[in-house]
Design a protein around this ligand. Structure first.
Ligand code: UTP
Length: 296
């Protein structure tokens, strides 16, 4: 069965990026030319997702506006002879349908995903975090590879993983893999372990393919770390009850850009700006001269 629904949770407060996120969603912060969430949508539509459900919250309407068709703006650009700018709005025509629902209480990522149940119903679906880009310019087919694995293995869940520095494992959900291949069965999952208790440095990387059984598992999952209902805990529950969970490693060229904190956000912005077709080269020169001045 083809998986064509993706759920994109964007309800979080983004407190680690205050004051930038006081009155705008972190998912709308630009990385290079585009807001983060546009990269997520482009990645998902490229691998054939047909219906996207955003799990939103207060203060997130600019996300909905961003994906609206804006004929007036297009008309204005035409009339003022700025035809070359029309290309920047082509994403509005992507062959996909957008849906929005609100997470009425911020009870965690697991709870956000549960809000999609009435829409998703009884079919497998993708969950893709709205604050994480996979790969430069979001050129990744990880979700397609995950979907194929899901079907072939009759999995309960397939999760994308990226190797992180050992010292950073406490910030992520970490897997204990069976074997060391690029595709592996997950023996155990631990949410935000200490460096000492982490069984590996394989961190959950913002993309999941989930069986609809996850909804029932989330409902039976009590709040965990941080008082939030964690999707990791629900997936563990499915594993405990016999569900098979698989992991796929992101390739070298599929780095996960999580823009949830300033260090990662600044790095992502600079990398994308340096890779910009028109502005990259001159920015490169500018940074070099800045760094040179800084060191001399
Ligand atoms: P984070 O934990 O990184 O996001 O959630 P946050 O809560 O916005 O950030 P801080 O910690 O306050 O800085 C990862 C993703 O899950 C969504 C967020 O919007 C983000 O895309 N999320 C998280 C929800 O939709 N609902 C929640 O209750 C929690």
């Amino acid at each position: 069965m083809d998986i064509s629904i993706a759920v994109v949770p964007v309800a979080g407060l983004g407190t680690r990026l205050l004051p930038a996120t006081k009155s705008q969603p972190k998912e709308m912060l630009p990385v290079g030319r585009k807001p983060v969430v546009q990269y997520v949508v482009e990645e998902l539509t490229r691998v054939g997702m047909k219906r996207l459900l955003f799990i939103t919250g207060p203060g997130k309407t600019s996300i909905e506006n961003h994906f609206d068709l804006n004929d007036e703006l297009i008309q204005a650009l035409r009339e003022s002879g700025k035809e070359e700018l029309l290309e920047a709005l082509e994403y509005e025509r992507a062959p996909v349908q957008y849906f929005y629902t609100r997470q009425r209480e911020l009870l965690g990522l697991g709870h956000a995903i549960l809000c999609s149940e009435p829409f998703v119903g009884n079919q497998p679906f993708v969950a893709a975090l709205g604050d994480s880009i996979i790969g430069m310019h979001a050129k990744s087919d990880i979700v397609k590879r995950m979907g194929e694995c899901f079907t072939e293995k009759r999995a309960a869940a397939v999760i994308a993983f990226e190797e992180v520095d050992r010292g950073d494992v406490y910030q992520y959900g970490i897997a204990k893999p069976k074997g060391d291949g690029d595709l592996f069965e997950v023996a155990e999952l631990i949410e935000k372990p200490s460096v000492a208790e982490a069984p590996s440095n394989l961190a959950i990387a913002a993309r999941y393919v989930l069986a609809p059984a996850v909804f029932d598992a989330i409902r039976r999952t009590p709040p965990g770390k941080g008082g939030e209902i964690q999707v990791t805990d629900a997936i563990r529950l499915m594993m405990k009850e016999g569900g098979k969970v698989y992991g796929i490693r992101l390739r070298q060229d599929e780095h996960r850009y999580d823009i949830g904190n300033f260090q990662a956000y600044f790095r992502a912005f600079v990398e994308f700006a340096l890779a910009d077709e028109k502005q990259g080269a001159s920015l490169h020169k500018h940074l070099e001269s800045l760094l040179h001045a800084h060191h001399s």
